[in-house]
Design a protein around this ligand. Structure first.
Ligand code: 2AM
Length: 188
């Protein structure tokens, strides 16, 4: 059986609550969007697609050593953004602010390990983002006013630590994805 797999950083509960409040404010502006439920919010480092159970176990084994004593990421919530464009938003997200070199380091270290073990990864530049909502391609295309969306984000807010890196598998269902934690690596 193949498992849809990705590697992501988890947010502390207090930040998930802040993100939920931000989503509540946005809901009035973008009623047609599908909002990511709080327990599903994460920051994706790598999307592996469908891989075997043996490969899931291999990734956990191979990442253990390179992640030993790795630093977590001290971050703040950043600014809102959309993919692919404000004229045709499909994904609404928040960026991360703060001291981000450790985040790029984690991305690189895990990338090198995955590539060394023969995994094929989606070739995209790493653009760290927290997906808040998705707007289905079946829905009429809308346009979002960047300045209005920007105004709804409360300042930069508190600093928090991302110190849990989790390998997830995901089952797509009509009511949304169900994510299962396969292994969590604790960072320093
Ligand atoms: P994102 O929401 O951070 O953009 C689990 O499905 C996660 O993997 C999603 O939250 C998404 O990250 C990322 N993902 C899903 N499908 C993807 C794809 N085809 N290419 C790259 N990343 C993908």
């Amino acid at each position: 059986m193949k498992l849809r797999t990705f590697l992501a950083l988890d947010f502390p509960p207090e930040i998930l609550r802040v993100l939920t409040l931000i989503q509540e404010k946005y809901k009035k502006l973008v009623p047609q969007a599908k909002w990511v439920r709080s327990s599903n919010i994460h920051l994706t480092l790598h999307f592996l697609g469908d891989i075997s159970e043996t490969d899931v176990a291999l990734i956990i084994k191979e990442l253990r050593e390179p992640l030993t004593n790795k630093s977590g990421v001290l971050a703040k919530l950043g600014e809102p953004g959309v993919f692919p464009s404000w004229d045709n938003p499909r994904v609404l997200w928040l960026s991360l602010a703060g001291k981000l070199p450790p985040l790029y380091d984690l991305h690189n270290v895990t990338l090198q390990t995955l590539v060394k073990n023969g995994f094929t990864l989606v070739k995209r530049d790493f653009c760290p983002h927290i997906t808040l909502a998705r707007i289905s391609a079946h829905k009429r295309s809308i346009s979002l006013d960047r300045s209005v969306i920007n105004k709804l984000v409360p300042g930069k807010g508190q600093e928090f630590k991302l110190d849990k890196l989790t390998l997830y598998t995901s089952k797509l269902t009509p009511t949304g994805p169900i994510y299962t934690k396969q292994h969590t690596f604790l960072l320093q």
